[in-house]
Design a protein around this ligand. Sequence first.
Ligand code: TYM
Length: 330
Amino acid sequence: MDNKKRMLSGIKPTGKLTLGNYIGAIKQFIAYQDEYEMFVFIADLHALTLPIDAKELRQNTKDLISIYLACGLDPSKVVLFKQSDVHEHAELGYIMTCNSNMGELFRMTQYKDKTAKMGNNESIPTGIYIYPALMAADILLYDADYVPVGIDQKQHVELTRDLAIRFNSHYSDTFKVPEPIIATNGAKINSLSNPLKKMSKSESEKGTVYLLEDLTITRKKIMSAVTDSGSEVVYDTINKPGISNLLTIMSSLTNMPINEIEKQFENKGYGEFKKAVADVVCKELNDLQTKVKEIQSSGIIEKVLEEGASKASYYARKKLSKVYRKVGLR
Ligand code: TYM
């Protein structure tokens, strides 16, 4: 395990997990768990950056850890933990906030997107402005070489690199400078109702497939996904964003190259293609939901999180104490 490169990523338990999170993030984690020394966590401190009900946060957290396990993340190979169980995240997060500047946080596209609809600047929660500094801390605590994320989080990993380089040059070598890893296929799954926008936990219900939703609803959403003019099933993100999005979903779930799927649906209409996509998605989610139920009734969740937190703390403690020495707090 020691000479493997280290990889780390997380998902925040806001809202319900989507097919975008599954394809863009979780499926990647599973694929990498043998090859890398992996750290995967529940970014629950990040879930507080926008108002969330405590009961909902607890439920989302339980669902997320169950989904991680149901998808095949193996706690004997992966350090699987909850961010708030390792207090060093919040502490290094503060240090990274102090080492970042207003301009670089203000430039984050996620911040701009999330606040675009909020209007009055004074009421924008501070958390969504400073969370990239906390995300940097999440990564830097563990000396991660690689960070697998969807395209929307790439800029935050780039900021992490900048902050690490700045800290290292100011205080001497302390952090490993990480690299983002973006899936070649499925780095951005778009909304079914607006295929020009990212599928997200907070976007339209109709356009978002939730991993734990009723599958008759999933099927309906896919069958009524916005498609494009024409009738050919061809990958063309400019002229056919809807069909291209469905092709990406199908290809990521079946591991079939997009051109083979195109061939399979040559001279067949959109309806037949959508039905096939719905079959693939519903089959995958049905298996996942069955396993999630088993895991939630098995009582293993607490033990997994406890063991994960204890392993993660070992690394986090060492790194934070080094940082505290460098900045003069020790
Ligand atoms: P979050 O919770 O918004 O998303 C989790 C992961 O899912 C990916 N993703 C998508 N991929 C493809 N298509 C989509 N439609 C889609 N929607 C989401 C995201 O890119 C991400 O990889 N700040 C992070 C969580 C975080 C983190 C970290 C990640 C906190 N600390 C340290 C990596 C390393 C977030 O809000 O992701």
